[in-house]
Design a protein around this ligand. Structure first.
Ligand code: FE
Length: 279
């Protein structure tokens, strides 16, 4: 079994999104589609009252993608144009398949101790599913299986690990998505299918990823040169492991839309203007 090596370590950049929300962004949608099938990864961390009130993400559209929100502290209230509404609480996951389109708002709220801590991942949809019916998979904290293995505590959102299946299923990218916490002096090994993209977002501590020491906060991008990833840690580390099958299709990203052609983007903008975006 060969360990995958690291191709790139990305230092997240601070960006302002929505109505003035400060985020750490490590990848963003680009036509080069380097992390296919993954498009974007944002880290919300408002742990300082000086950052002021959280204004959130007022009504905005999405088409052609999936947005995956995973909260560790605080919550996100959401509401969409189709009548769906709810709260993504601490430890919960929302896997939203926008398909042909939704208009929604997302409003982060601080926990009692004042913190907001969570992640949003965007996963691409293949051409054949870009105009599919919107779908939500909402999983509360207690429904996410926890796998304990050799000093690793893994919350399994999507994919399979040692015979346990994550609750989010039927996703085109066949993703693995898990929150991995390694105790000091432990090791984690995970098989990754050949050809699948693999990323690790390291947000606490430090560890050895494919022979390189990586400190938080960093996005690790793995090469496709081995059958597994191996992570070791002396002092302990926590990371989101993200892997999936690339679609190998051209993409045209435009803000909250990711389609395959310019014409599809133009049509989307046209529909938004003339009020036919929501079918
Ligand atoms: Fe959104």
């Amino acid at each position: 079994m060969n360990n995958r090596t690291i191709s790139q370590i990305i230092e997240p950049q601070l960006v302002i999104e929505g109505a003035g929300v400060l985020l750490r962004r490590s990848i963003a949608p680009r036509a080069s589609n380097e992390y296919d099938p993954f498009l974007l990864f944002d880290h919300f961390a408002f742990n300082n009252p000086l950052e002021g009130p959280i204004r959130g993400f007022p009504t905005h559209p999405h088409r052609g993608i999936e947005t995956v929100t995973y909260m560790l502290e605080g919550s996100v209230n959401h509401r969409d144009s189709l009548g769906n509404a709810g709260k993504i609480g601490s430890g919960d996951v929302q896997w939203m398949t926008s398909g042909r389109g939704i208009l929604h708002e997302e409003m982060p709220r601080r926990s009692e101790n004042g913190n907001i801590y969570g992640f949003q991942l965007w996963v691409n949809l293949p051409a054949a599913q870009k105009m599919s019916q919107p779908r939500y998979q909402e999983v509360s904290a207690g429904e996410i299986p926890v796998v304990e293995k050799d000093g690793a505590t893994i919350r399994l959102v999507a994919g399979e690990l040692d015979g346990t299946r994550g609750p989010v299923t039927e996703i085109a990218a066949a993703p693995l998505y898990m929150d991995v916490k390694l105790a000091p002096a432990s090791k984690f090994i995970l098989p990754i299918p050949s050809g699948h993209t693999a990323l690790a977002y390291v947000f606490n501590g430090a560890g050895e990823f494919g022979d390189q020491i990586v400190e938080s906060v960093s996005m690790v991008v793995f090469n496709d040169d081995g059958s597994q990833i191996e992570v070791k840690s002396e002092a302990g580390v926590q990371f989101m492991l993200i892997a999936g099958a690339p679609f190998n299709e051209p993409i045209v990203p435009y803000g909250p839309f990711v389609m395959n052609t310019r014409e599809e983007i133009e049509q989307t903008i046209q529909e938004l203007r003339n009020g036919t975006f929501i079918k």
